[in-house]
Design a protein around this ligand. Sequence first.
Ligand code: ADP
Ligand code: NI
Length: 214
Amino acid sequence: MNKMVVNDALEFIKTTFHGDYSGHDYFHTLRVYKMAAKIAEQENANLTIVQLAALLHDVDDIKLSPETHENKDRAVGFLNKHGISKTTVKAICDVIDEVSFRGADSVIPETIEGKCVQDADRLDAMGAVGIARAFAYGGNHNRVIHDPGIKPTLNMNADQYRNHVSTTINHFYEKLFQLKDLINTDTAKEIAEQRENYMRNFISEFLDEWDGIR
Ligand code: ADP
Ligand code: NI
């Protein structure tokens, strides 16, 4: 794809996410962009759509930019400014619409491009990076690390999931341990399995230390 558009998008997200400490920083988007492109090459997906959707997937996120969320003003504005065709803009918006985890209401993307970007975004919530992001998010949202008296809530719908207040350790059961089975592509599945094991070991070590076993 046109290198200039990618470079401009990288600059755009750098400015957009400046000052974010909730786990949605510039480097999150950068990792999703690289991982989505890697998956897309293996899966023979349209690289332009995957790259641009990955780069722009969080700029109109409901939590970060509620006023532009509905019409994706930031993403669409960027794409229009760069002369991207109407059909491609529509395809990119469809991918962005389907990307988010919404508890039991999460969707399986219709296109291979959507599957690649969703997998890349989910992989970034897993493994060592995923653990770091979860605790950064928890601290940023004033959540406690762990409280044995608060049990995880499973099978929440989109609304319940969005409004639910819990502990960061519970987030592993409420979202992160579900991700492996929601991965779409074989390329990402292999990586997801490694990252899931790493998180399971972390939680097991954490709880042992908590309980004074280690
Ligand atoms: P996405 O990148 O799909 O938009 P989210 O906005 O749901 O993902 O989450 C961004 C990051 O913050 C992820 O790493 C996610 O696991 C973490 N996160 C989201 N909600 C919580 C929570 N309640 N507790 C801890 N971490 C969370
Ligand atoms: Ni994201």
